[in-house]
Design a protein around this ligand. Structure first.
Ligand SMILES: [Fe+2]
Ligand SMILES: [Fe+2]
Length: 494
């Protein structure tokens, strides 16, 4: 059947990756499912991935919901997100493997910022210099010159700068203001060119090649983002240990999904071979709903005491099996400073939990058996979605790819994401991770960018009144699971 699926797709000019083929194989009518999927695309991708399928299923479901006169329950999600058989077969019992966690990067205990003007200047200098260094590895930018000098030349040059403004003229041209330590220049991205369509945001560091005209306008020929090396192998642990990802549990909220959590907890304690292969659980922020996070939040809380919220979470985590080590970072609803990088939860709260929970800051880079995991709550997605028209809350992986391209978790300064001007910019992605996880947007997805496994880690909260007002449909109760041997990622539905 595998061969028949592949030849069916190749006859129609497309291919499918391993996970997508596994998905078709789990369907009652694999060829029918592949045919329906192809018809869902206006322009099928060259290689269909599991993410493409999930997107198409979600779109089809939304269309069905809209068409139905009586709103019906969506189809059983388990059918749409079945875990491939191969993922079930290749397991390693996690209880037999000793813990191996190293925190590689975390602000906790290292914050020095006081928020002075000098702090800001130093912070942006560090951002500029660090990302410019990455950019200089690109052959096109090896000879990049200072902006003040490039402005005086009318031959082809290259510059590196921090974007201080992006605007579109009435003729559709885009103009960037680019600044370095020597000066600033207006860069023209011609209307209709692919350059004008690039997702450039304020305060990111980019390279531009082109030449100055006699009016001092720099006409761009190419734009260069630091991005990641084109491909990267997944390091891979010896056995098939797994790590699960969660965020946005929002304990204490009226809309916390206790029944879905109970299903997860029962599965983790007494579940199948996949459950027994789970060695780590990374909780990427908004673990409780918090207090006073937004106006009239008290009306939406069942627990209106912050300690009671964390106590409830502590007892939920206590129920999980001992071999499941929890790594917990805060989000914007948690009880630490909102400015990023956020340190780990304070000791008074840590004391409520047992020793199976490890507390780190947001963001943090943690090595699990040598696999480098970059965990970030994802607040900056609010700023990405409002600054870049092609990005949306429903497709968090696209915003995550932009973060990797820009080598920065939260480039936009002065938006919804508060940023603390630390001596070094902790939000720069200086080391390339193997797994990159975010939460915050209450979506759920797994994917890949240049060899990095991407995870957006769902939520355990139903739609809130705020989300209803903004037409945001959460995707709750999904557990992304990544195999530390292969990097394969699946979504388990509860
Ligand atoms: Fe959240
Ligand atoms: Fe959040």
């Amino acid at each position: 059947m595998r061969d028949r699926i592949l030849s069916f797709l190749s006859e129609r000019g497309t291919l499918a990756d391993e996970q997508a083929v596994e998905y078709f194989l789990t369907q009652a009518d694999p060829l029918g499912a592949a045919d329906r999927l192809l018809r869902a695309f206006q322009d099928p991708p060259l290689v269909i991935t599991l993410e493409d399928i999930q997107r198409a299923v979600a779109i089809a479901r939304a269309a069905t919901d809209r068409a139905a006169t009586v709103r019906t329950r969506p189809p059983a999600p388990a059918a749409a997100f079945a875990i491939p058989a191969s993922f079930r077969e290749t397991v390693a019992p996690a209880a037999d493997v000793a813990e191996d966690i190293r925190v590689l990067k975390d602000i906790t205990g290292h914050s020095t910022c006081e928020g002075t003007l000098a702090d800001f200047a130093r912070y942006f200098r560090h951002r500029f210099q660090t990302i410019a260094r990455i950019l200089r590895h690109r052959p096109e930018l090896a000879g990049a010159m200072e902006i003040a000098r490039a402005k005086k030349l009318t031959r082809d040059t290259a510059v590196i700068g921090i974007v201080t403004d992006v605007r579109t003229t009435k003729n559709g041209h885009r103009i960037l203001e680019l600044e370095d330590e020597t000066g600033s220049v207006s860069v023209l991205l011609p209307a209709g060119s692919s350059l004008a369509a690039d997702a450039i945001v304020n305060d990111e560091v980019i390279g531009v090649t082109g030449r100055s005209n006699d009016r001092g306008l720099f006409i761009a020929k190419s734009l260069l983002h630091p991005d990641l090396p084109t491909s990267k192998a997944f390091p891979g642990t010896e056995g098939h240990l797994r790590v699960g990802f969660m965020s946005d549990i929002h304990v204490g909220s009226r809309t916390f999904l206790a029944d879905r959590w109970a299903k997860f907890s029962a599965w983790a304690c007494d579940g199948d071979e996949v459950a027994r292969s789970l060695r780590y659980l990374v909780l990427s922020g908004d673990v409780v709903d918090g207090i006073g996070v937004y106006p009239r939040q008290d009306e939406e809380l069942v627990l209106d005491d912050i300690y009671a919220q964390y106590e409830a979470l502590a007892s939920m985590l206590h129920e999980l099996p001992d071999h499941l080590k929890v790594i917990l970072l805060p989000g914007n609803h948690d009880a630490v400073r909102p400015a990023e990088p956020q340190p780990a939860l304070p000791t008074a709260i840590q004391k409520l939990f047992d020793s199976n929970v490890k507390f780190v800051g947001n963001p943090s880079t943690v090595s699990l058996h040598g696999v480098r995991v970059l965990a970030y709550h994802g607040r900056s997605m609010d700023d990405f979605v409002s600054a870049v028209p092609s990005l949306s809350y429903a497709r968090p992986l696209d915003a995550m790819r932009e973060m990797l391209r820009k080598r920065h978790l939260a480039p936009i300064y002065g938006g919804k994401t508060p940023i603390a001007p630390e001596a070094e910019d902790h939000l720069i992605i200086d080391q390339v991770p193997d797994i990159f996880v975010t939460g915050h947007v209450h979506a759920a997805a797994v994917g890949e960018h240049r060899g990095v496994v991407l995870v957006n880690s769902s939520t355990w909260q139903a739609q809130t009144s705020f989300q209803k007002m903004h037409n945001i449909e959460p995707v709750a109760g999904r557990l992304p699971i990544v195999d530390l041997h292969t990097g394969e990622a699946v979504l388990k539905v509860f």
